[in-house]
Design a protein around this ligand. Structure first.
Ligand code: ATP
Ligand code: SF4
Ligand code: MG
Length: 331
């Protein structure tokens, strides 16, 4: 069953007197128990999608969509309070910059204890309830791999390392036992062991608690092992989406292929941590988008027809936007 349904989400903002489209008709769904990876180069619009879902965009953005629903309820037409209730109870978000999302004037304990839903606290005297809250807070901090919980819990965010703050954000997101976790590059910059620990925890929660996850990451290797499906974003457009297995085996879009070729585990002959090899050039700015296919100037398969915008097509559940897709005959 689909829990989050996004159809043709478009985000526009005024830049030097002109409206630019930072997201252009992006569609994406999350099923119950699904882990979906959201990937794309820096500047492709991943964080904007996260902010649009969570209602955390500044008012200057114009948001339109044919559908933006949570369990069938329209997120765009509901009141602020209704939306906040869903964000508090059902959908948890880890934003990209963990320090900016934490309250600098409150200790970790105060912030985490605040986020524990009332119904998780057993009935009892106030002092018993306070104790129970503290116990739950400490448990979840341990679970996400914070080592010296007793020392860290009474500190303010600025007194702690970025690594601990990142883990703490994950604890804050998980403490309400959400149905959907949206994680915007939560393991960025973490050392390999810690990253693996977090990914294992999330994969475990997906299996044991049916946690659905929208996982934004630059680390294709890490997420490809745990995600069931993937959406590839380029320049504010979804260029390919489908089941992870199928996309790994037979990517249809040249951009997906380039992303995969840049990740060593997809090409065994590359030594680990090789630099990006797969595509020349860089992502264009929103003010200077090429006509037709946005990948055109960088695409090795570009041909005459590519000056026309490619419409989204699909083969079964596998969707793509390209005039000259690869592997089509074998899908
Ligand atoms: N407030 C803003 N005003 C104008 N353009 C913006 C604004 N915020 C983001 N953008 C543009 O929207 C595009 C998408 O940005 P976004 O932050 O979503 O990228 P991203 O895919 O999350 O990148 P990264 O991987 O670096 O986090 C970029 O071109 C960015 O410059
Ligand atoms: S439409 Fe053309 S330019 Fe765009 S990805 Fe496909 S082949 Fe490349
Ligand atoms: Mg981002």
């Amino acid at each position: 069953m689909i829990i989050l349904d996004i159809k043709n989400l478009t985000l526009e903002i005024e830049s030097n007197g002109v409206l630019v489209k930072a997201l252009d008709k992006v569609s994406l769904t999350i099923q119950e128990n699904e882990i979906r990876a959201l990937v794309g180069e820096s500047g492709s619009g991943k964080s904007l999608i996260v902010r649009a879902i969570s209602g955390a965009l500044p008012p200057q953005w114009i948001v339109t969509a044919d559908r933006l629903t949570w369990r069938g309820q329209n997120l765009l037409s509901m009141t602020r309070a209704q939306r906040q209730a869903i964000m508090r109870r059902d959908i948890a978000v880890i934003f990209q910059d963990p320090l900016a999302s934490l309250d600098p004037s409150a200790t970790l304990k105060d912030q985490l204890v605040e986020s524990i839903p009332q119904e998780f606290i057993p009935k009892g005297w106030p002092w018993q309830r306070r104790k129970a809250r503290l116990r739950i807070a400490q448990q979840i901090m341990r679970k996400v791999g914070i080592k010296d919980v007793h020392a860290a819990i009474n500190k303010y965010p600025h007194e702690l390392s970025l690594d601990i703050c990142q883990k703490f954000m994950i604890a804050m997101a998980l403490v309400s036992q959400p149905t959907l976790l949206i994680a915007d590059d939560p393991t960025r910059g973490m050392e390999t062991n810690t990253k693996q620990q977090i990914l294992t925890l999330l994969a475990q929660l997906n299996k044991t608690r049916n946690l659905s996850i929208l996982f934004v990451s630059h680390d294709l290797i890490a997420i490809s092992a745990m995600a069931h499906s993937m959406t590839v974003l380029y320049c504010g457009q979804s260029v390919e989406s489908g089941k992870m297995k199928a996309m790994r085996r037979r990517p249809l879009h040249p951009y997906t292929k380039a992303l995969m070729d840049s990740a060593p585990s997809f090409s065994p002959d590359l030594i680990p941590k090789s630099p990006l090899v797969a595509m020349d050039g860089t992502i264009p700015t929103l003010q200077h988008l090429p006509i037709g296919c946005r990948l055109g100037p960088r695409c090795p398969r570009a041909a005459k027809e590519c000056v026309q915008v490619p419409e989204e097509r699909s083969i079964n559940e596998h969707k793509y936007r390209c005039h000259y897709p690869m592997h089509v005959e074998s899908v």
